[in-house]
Design a binder for this molecule. Structure first.
Ligand SMILES: Cc1cc2nc3c(=O)[nH]c(=O)nc-3n(C[C@H](O)[C@H](O)[C@H](O)COP(=O)(O)O)c2cc1C
Length: 167
């Protein structure tokens, strides 16, 4: 059903998704949940393939990743616009977004977090480093523009332990 691919083969599609309607960031704890992200990076750090995801502390997803230290990222190549809009507007605290959107979780290969069947490309990640964005280190204009309420992102650096796509 899935075939492994090099983590950096579909960077154009990942960046197109991020800059477009977003991509899915999934985490699991007391509940399974997914949220839309529009920012993120795939690259190399510490001689390893790394996916960096920025998650504000106010997100339900934040606590799930903090606790489990794992996440997956699922990228639709063609649009799942409605689903991404809902997952980027509603919180998993209040609703089951998988159910609401008709998204199907498929067990991860390595981590204990599923990926989303309706997507084309999947990354499984284990957190190896995290860093809070803080106003002292950030360009002042960015700080004012992106954090008027002080709801800063935490950057979760996830080692990419599996990357695969629909066969
Ligand atoms: C296109 C788009 C991109 C988004 N990007 C991010 C992001 O990179 N980081 C973030 O913390 N929230 C981002 N959000 C907002 C979250 O997806 C939204 O607050 C979501 O409801 C959080 O869900 P949760 O409370 O279930 O974790 C984005 C929303 C949209 C619509």
């Amino acid at each position: 059903m899935f075939k492994d691919v090099p983590y950096d083969r579909y960077m154009t599609e990942v960046n197109r998704g991020l800059a477009g309607s977003g991509i899915f960031l999934t985490a699991k704890g007391e509940k399974l949940n997914t949220m839309t992200i529009g920012w993120g990076f795939v690259g190399r750090m510490w001689a390893m393939p790394i996916f960096i995801v920025p998650v504000r502390k106010s997100r339900f997803t934040y606590g799930l990743i903090e606790k489990s230290g794992e996440f997956t990222v699922s990228v639709p190549f063609s649009s799942l616009k409605k689903e991404l809009a809902l997952c980027g507007a509603k919180s998993g605290r209040d609703i089951d977004k998988f159910k609401e959107c008709g998204l199907t979780p498929v067990s991860g290969k390595v981590v204990d977090v599923p990926v989303i069947e309706q997507c084309d490309l999947h990354f499984e990640c284990k957190v190896v480093f995290k860093k809070d964005v803080d106003s002292n280190s950030l360009n002042q204009e960015y700080d004012t523009r992106c954090y008027p309420n002080g709801d800063y992102h935490t950057l979760f650096f996830g080692e990419i332990v599996a990357c695969y796509m629909k066969d």
